[in-house]
Design a protein around this ligand. Structure first.
Ligand SMILES: [Zn+2]
Length: 137
């Protein structure tokens, strides 16, 4: 592996709080102290106003489905063993848009705008990764 893409999340000193929280079942986002906007994925500077007054914040874990695509083939490990799966973009309740995966929902039941909640998929030797499932309320 030569890249730090989604296949195997890399942790470093900056993102360690994010992965530590994920291991405990919490999704963290970053919020700017200057403009007040939240963002995701985590960055050291606010992508909206470039302030470095940015802190970690525990997200509610609620989101709505923006769009999705069912992936039937992916040759990049470990995704090949998981197909088909639902790659998605969701809008977090706090505002940021996030690329993720939907679990626990049949393709035919997916609806734009449907309510979702975060779940975490842990795998041997790898950080827990946030995925989303239908919100049961
Ligand atoms: Zn800002």
């Amino acid at each position: 592996m030569t890249t730090g893409n989604a296949a195997t999340p890399e942790t470093d000193a900056f993102t360690r709080p994010y992965w530590d929280a994920a291991a405990d079942g919490h999704l963290l986002i970053r919020r700017c102290g200057d403009c007040g906007r939240a963002h995701h994925y985590p960055r050291e500077f606010c992508p909206h106003c470039w302030s470095d007054d940015v802190v970690w914040e525990r997200a509610s874990g609620r989101a709505t489905l923006y769009t999705w695509s069912v992936v039937h083939r992916n040759d990049l490990p470990p995704f090949g063993d998981r197909t088909p799966y639902t790659a998605a973009v969701v809008d977090l309740a706090e505002g940021p848009r996030m690329m993720t995966e939907i679990t626990g929902c049949a393709e035919t039941d997916l609806r734009i705008g449907m309510a979702l909640e975060v779940a975490f998929r842990g795998e041997e030797g790898a950080p827990a990764v946030p995925v989303f499932r239908p919100l049961l309320s």
